[in-house]
Ligand binder design. Structure first.
Ligand code: NDP
Length: 606
């Protein structure tokens, strides 16, 4: 354990610094500081990758329809196919499968979670990841591989946006309408519309007046920049002055290639990200021969266990995610060995704070060790707890600032002042740019309906947004009272394992397929969570909140409602199984394997 006395002095100063930095960033508008890409920016929602080919409207009835062709839809589709349920329709706004990985093709795009656990269904599809952390092209290709392997391409309607989803109670069918004039009637419907697909823009004064070129990172304009997702240089930027707004996980990945290729790159920063070591490396194909069948399940469990503070003989993934959790765990163990120690929230909190202080000091020291210009290095140091914002891992990001053409424009927590026809203003200084890239993230805290782009209307005309006005209410994050035969696929109110999103989705896929399989086998027309079961689940979630919302003194961001007060609604919208992800995975496996499906009502009509 760290020396308590000396750390307590440092701690005071550190806390004061964290608070001062946070206070600079708090904005009364909260989420309202952002704007939707509408009006002049409506083109930012268009698909730059696939032309929209005209087609005749589809009118059909299917057993199962799934809205969203990202990993959620693919995992559900795969698990249904494994059970021989193939009367399926997948509806996807993009021109292919992939979801987040269809849209996010910006240069340098990769996944921060190790491929051996992030890429779903590796054993089922026989794919061997090429690197410890794979780039977006390989992830997108893997999504397509799942589509091919499980015969899901025949089931897909791409470049099709759902406009409404309504329960027809008389017929016991969901009716899906789309922007292609389709009317699809389905006995069961799943939704996997993801929390991170709808771009948002900063509400910076004058943003509309910019007359140069602009785009959002999730709609990369390769025609303008040159180059490609595979890493070819963006030769068309060689004589361009480029500005990028934002320094979150996306910007951290695309700034190194932009710095390499642009004549000048101006990075407009409000809050620096924490950048830990990446240590990416190729995976030897021969090494896979050493893995026994069932290895991916073992790796998934090992990662989830260590990442959430559990014990395992070996750390299979061994990276920044497991390191954070293991430091805390080891401190708890050490403290328990001290005379008179009692296990409890205080001891855990202390271990967490000590580990975090140590980790963040290392991260700040790394900036000094890499970035040559002292003022730039100072600006790049994060002054907050690591989990207040999305932790980042990169081995070329900080180095990019040593290039003479890469300029850090730090706004000291205030954000860009304004934008005009030719560039960006910060602290009274004008930066002229030819191109402005918005790395400003996605809508997270807004209403579910607005993010999905359509309303889900349940029995009696109530919308899902209305049902969730005071916060999400479900059983397992999947089943919602008043919305029979609907399956919501995500992580909230289930495992809520944020370090490995796809693990939540493969499990949800198995659960949804098991419930649908049971309903079909028993001839049930409807399956719906009972009011009591929904109520009990919500109560359980609230009994020991395991919401991922950072702490109240965190720097503002989408993890903590942009620093605005966090009430019951926010907690429910970010909550997970109180005993943690590993316990949830074991619980849900038992729940669906038992065949009882406790809490669900299976009903036959007439
Ligand atoms: P974020 O929302 O994380 O970042 C948006 C950035 O825009 C922030 O740096 C923000 O500053 C900045 N910003 C907003 N308004 C202004 C303003 N007025 N002036 C200046 N700057 C401004 O979006 P990202 O796209 O980076 O990441 C979104 C999420 O996507 C990640 O958190 C992660 O979950 C996921 N992701 C995952 C990856 C993976 O490897 N699996 C890779 C990339 C993304 P501030 O911080 O001060 O709010």
């Amino acid at each position: 354990m760290t020396d308590g006395a000396s750390l307590s002095i440092d701690r005071e100063a550190l806390r004061a610094k964290y608070r001062a930095e946070r206070d600079k960033r708090l904005r009364a508008e909260g989420n309202d500081q952002y704007r939707e890409p509408s009006g002049k920016f409506a083109y930012l929602l268009e698909d730059p990758y696939t032309p929209r080919a005209p087609r005749a409207p589809v009118r059909e009835e299917v057993s199962v329809a799934f809205i969203g062709g990202g990993f959620a839809g693919l995992c559900v589709g795969a698990r249904l196919a494994e059970r021989g349920i193939t009367d399926l329709r997948i509806i996807e706004g993009g021109g292919d499968f992939g979801g987040a990985w269809y849209w996010n093709r910006y240069p340098g795009s990769m996944c921060d979670t190790a491929a051996m656990v992030y890429l779903p269904l590796l054993e089922e599809t026989g794919h061997r990841p090429s690197m410890k952390y794979t780039f977006a092209t390989e992830i997108f290709e893997h999504a397509r591989r799942i589509g091919r392997h499980f015969g899901l391409y025949d089931k897909a309607l791409f470049s099709t946006a759902v406009t409404s989803l309504a329960w027809d109670d008389a017929a016991a069918r969901w009716v899906i309408r789309t922007d292609r004039g389709d009317e699809i009637r389905a006995r069961f419907v799943g939704t996997g519309t993801g929390p991170l697909h709808r771009p948002k823009l900063p509400g910076i004064p004058g943003i509309e007046s910019f007359e140069g070129h602009s785009f959002h990172t999730s709609r990369w304009d390769w025609a303008y920049t040159g180059g490609d997702t595979a890493g070819a240089p963006m030769t068309k930027l060689a004589d361009r002055r480029v500005g990028i707004i934002g320094t979150g996980a996306t910007a951290v990945q695309c700034i190194p290639p932009l710095g390499r290729d642009a004549r000048e790159l101006f990075v407009f920063q409000r809050t620096p990200s924490s950048i830990d070591v990446r240590n990416n490396h190729a995976i030897e194909p021969d090494w896979f021969a050493t893995l026994a069948p069932g290895w991916q399940k073992q790796w998934l469990l090992n990662f989830a266990t260590l990442q959430t503070g559990g014990f395992a003989d070996e750390d299979l993934v061994k990276d920044g995610w497991t390191d954070i959790a293991q430091r805390i765990r080891d401190r708890v163990v050490a403290a328990m060995g001290e005379p008179g120690a009692t296990f409890g929230p205080e001891l855990v909190q202390r271990a967490y704070e000590d580990s975090d202080d140590e980790k963040m000091n290392e991260i700040r020291a790394r900036v000094d060790a890499i970035v040559k210009d002292p003022a730039t290095a100072e600006a790049l140091k994060p002054w907050y707890r690591q989990l207040c914002k999305r932790p980042c891992f990169h081995d070329e990001y900080l180095q990019a600032y040593n290039r003479p053409n890469v300029h850090m424009v730090d706004t000291d927590g205030k954000g860009v002042e304004r934008i005009d026809a030719t560039g960006v203003w910060v602290a009274g200084k004008h930066y002229e740019v030819d191109c402005l890239i918005f790395a400003s993230g996605f809508e997270v805290g807004t209403d579910a309906e607005r993010r999905a782009g359509f309303a889900t209307i349940g029995r009696g005309g109530e919308t899902l947004s209305q049902h969730w006005a005071d916060g999400m209410r479900t059983l397992h994050g999947i089943h919602v009272r008043g919305f029979p035969n609907l399956f919501v696929v995500g992580l909230t109110q289930g495992a809520n394992l944020i370090s490995n999103i796809t693990h939540n989705l493969t499990e949800a896929g198995s659960t949804v397929a098991a419930v649908i399989g049971h309903a079909l086998a028993t001839g049930a027309d409807e399956v719906e969570v009972s009011e009591a079961a929904e109520e009990a689940w919500v109560k359980l979630l609230e009994s020991s909140p395991r919401a991922f919302l950072g702490s109240p003194d965190c720097t503002p961001g989408y993890y903590n409602n942009e620093g605005r007060p966090i009430g019951r609604r926010e907690r429910l919208n970010a909550s997970g199984y109180p005993a943690g992800p590993v316990a949830y995975f074991s619980y849900i496996d038992e729940w669906r394997s038992s065949g009882d499906f406790e809490g669900l009502e299976f009903r036959r009509r007439g």
